[in-house]
Design a protein around this ligand. Sequence first.
Ligand SMILES: Nc1nc2c(c(=O)[nH]1)N[C@H]1C(S)=C(S)[C@@H](COP(=O)(O)OP(=O)(O)OC[C@H]3O[C@@H](n4cnc5c(=O)[nH]c(N)nc54)[C@H](O)[C@@H]3O)O[C@H]1N2
Ligand SMILES: Nc1nc2c(c(=O)[nH]1)N[C@H]1C(S)=C(S)[C@@H](COP(=O)(O)OP(=O)(O)OC[C@H]3O[C@@H](n4cnc5c(=O)[nH]c(N)nc54)[C@H](O)[C@@H]3O)O[C@H]1N2
Ligand code: SF4
Ligand SMILES: [Mo]
Length: 723
Amino acid sequence: MKNEQDIRWSKSTCPYCGFGCGLMVGVKQGRIVEIKGMKGHPVNDGQICVLAANIPPIFNAGGRLTRSMIRRGNEFVPVTWKEAIEHTANELKRIIKKYGPDSVAFYGGAANLTEEYYLMNKLMKGLIGTNNIECSTRLCMAATAAGFISTIGADAPPSCYADIEEADLFFITGNNMALTIPVMFRRISDAKKKNGAKVIVVDPRRTRTSELADLHLQIRPGTDVALNNSIAYVLLKEGFVDEEQVEQYASGLSDLKRLIVEFSPSKAATITGLQEQQIIEAARMIGNARAMLTFWFQGYNHSTQAVFKNNTLHNLSLLTGNICRPGAGPLSITGEANALGNRWVGALSHLLVGMRQINNEQHRREVAKYWGVPEKNIKSTPGRSIIEIIEGLHSGDIRALWITTTNPPASLPDTRWVEEGLAKAELLVVQDIFHPTETTILADVILAAAQWCEKTGTFISSERRLELVEKLIEPPGEAKPDYEIIWLVARAMGFEKEFPYVSPEEVFEEWKGLTRGRLCDMGGVTYERLRGVVGPQLPCPSPDHPGTGRLFTDMHFPRPDGRAALLLRDYIAPAEKPDREYPFILITGCLEWHFNTRTRTARAPHLNQQAPECTVDINPKDAAMFEINGGDLIEVTSRRGKARGKACLTENVQAGTVFMPYHFGKMCANNGSSVNNVTNPVYDVHSKQPEYKFTAVRVEKMSTQNSLNISSLLLEFKKYLQG
Ligand SMILES: Nc1nc2c(c(=O)[nH]1)N[C@H]1C(S)=C(S)[C@@H](COP(=O)(O)OP(=O)(O)OC[C@H]3O[C@@H](n4cnc5c(=O)[nH]c(N)nc54)[C@H](O)[C@@H]3O)O[C@H]1N2
Ligand SMILES: Nc1nc2c(c(=O)[nH]1)N[C@H]1C(S)=C(S)[C@@H](COP(=O)(O)OP(=O)(O)OC[C@H]3O[C@@H](n4cnc5c(=O)[nH]c(N)nc54)[C@H](O)[C@@H]3O)O[C@H]1N2
Ligand code: SF4
Ligand SMILES: [Mo]
């Protein structure tokens, strides 16, 4: 029994999705015992979802890394921090000396603290002299960022959550927020109930989110650009667009009108599989709305047309004046906790600290000056994207890779290719909180990291809200915060002067200086101001500034002519075509019960019981054709490999498509699904995001013989996981 009186409650921010719910964390005798939503927090007002509620057991589960280790032959040998840091630094120096700075790369997770990415940027881009630094946001939000930059001139989400209660139409596309951002979905459901707002959902599947829809457009996977263009066609044709007014704040209207004639509803109906009337109805709902909010997510970004989907969606907001006013605009929602922090601090290989770009000379000069490094240190060409880093490992151009807070053999497409690449590295350093993971087992050096609540730093959520997450308990054993590990390695490489820090607060103060006068201005914020209370939305330039709810309310956008851009984008089909050998389209995505590669949620008993193993959703008609019954173990094969899961017969997927969650990698104790064995490493050329949502596959019932072999093999991992 928990004795409430002994529990000390502290404010924090959720470590899972980028919605950024305010949490109250209950600590008793140095342990996290309970998590509640923070009442009065403007994001969630006391609400939380099942993921956050089930955090406490994760802190006491097996498999936690408490010491760093170095691989000797086939064994991992525990070492002191001194040995681990010196070995890592010496190996990095050796490799840089022999092969040059571009032979090393860093890859981190979007849940890393902003301070951690700041340090890594300084080390890699400023001192080592390579732009090969990447973030899992490449798999998640790179297309949203590129979409905003091309449409409004900056990766600056203009809307905020307070718009939810002001809108009368929600256009929810390519996302299943009922499961993935449940607290936001509740706010939307409540707003619908209270204000009679209408909901359009675009998703090839029937989902818990589409149940809320007044209009569900169950399109063919990958065809959103055709749909969006056709909606624009109807809006223009039926007089819903005030052209004179649009010209004031957006360029490109006449060009758009020219292309859009190609996208009549009858033509779009053929591409999308919808009925003409449904497209017209959607357009009329948008045209008649007083205030429309749009939400899009991985059904958009996990596509070879990722940025084009973003652009054509933003066209609809611009054409109807649904932008930068209460209740209206594109409301960017984000996967991971430090949704914007990592992008704004420059965690991708083409970005530079403080919403700057590598290929901008002025930006490089500003940052080099601030860091006190020669201008030539910061290279003028973008580094490699994560897929290109893996290519580099295969070709031998990349020799060392340092990974923190992400699990690439489970999350990148084409697992075997990824594992083979990682295995070729001369030095693979992996910093995680657990071992084994799909990544740590391949490492040369494993560094034991402290996790959320065991270290202090900042997150920036989807609505630009800056929050402090504080250390509330001690990390186990010798585990250290990622920022400390980074500055120790940097010092051991000879950069003592540049990395003199003793606290993350000093790092924050330094990074803050590079945000001055920019859209991410944090000039008015200190750790002291953030401690224990709700953080402000950025920009927040001065101590008395309350923060900024909506951006660009004067309809002036940071583009050369001050106007946003209506962009002509043609429809291109997904990269892989189903054929006789691979007749199904595989869609991959999230379940309610697990987060990403499941290293944490598999350790929360309640969550794991709900979804202990991988499933394959298949339409009953297709199942009958292949003599598959519910609960059968089935194998899903693509041109790259095989994955497996238990058949779940459901009308939620259309005939010809199957759905699998991506949470279950090799380490899944039940059937080791590894859906990314089959996915395609092809990516959108504008954002370099992989096409996770469209793979041509075939499905077969597995023989019992096979399934037994797999279970016994994975018992090994299970032993490991139980610690
Ligand atoms: N429970 C839970 N919540 C999470 C996560 C988690 O792992 N578990 N992960 C977090 C992270 S990092 C992220 S990025 C988000 C992801 O959150 P979401 O994007 O909401 O989730 P997904 O399941 O990836 O995909 C969303 C929907 O896109 C649809 N879709 C597929 N192809 C298309 C298409 O061509 N067009 C359209 N319009 N739709 C399509 C799919 O059917 C699916 O329902 O969730 C975050 N929240
Ligand atoms: N097929 C398919 N694949 C996908 C997707 C899909 O929809 N389909 N979605 C993609 C998306 S949107 C995303 S965001 C990615 C996510 O992919 P990943 O980033 O690989 O997934 P996570 O499970 O979040 O990885 C976090 C890792 O960091 C560790 N960790 C947690 N906290 C800390 C910490 O404080 N410090 C350190 N050092 N380590 C920590 C965890 O144990 C875990 O190993 O997956 C992508 N992959
Ligand atoms: S909705 Fe997102 S931020 Fe809120 S509690 Fe759930 S996972 Fe955390
Ligand atoms: Mo994500």
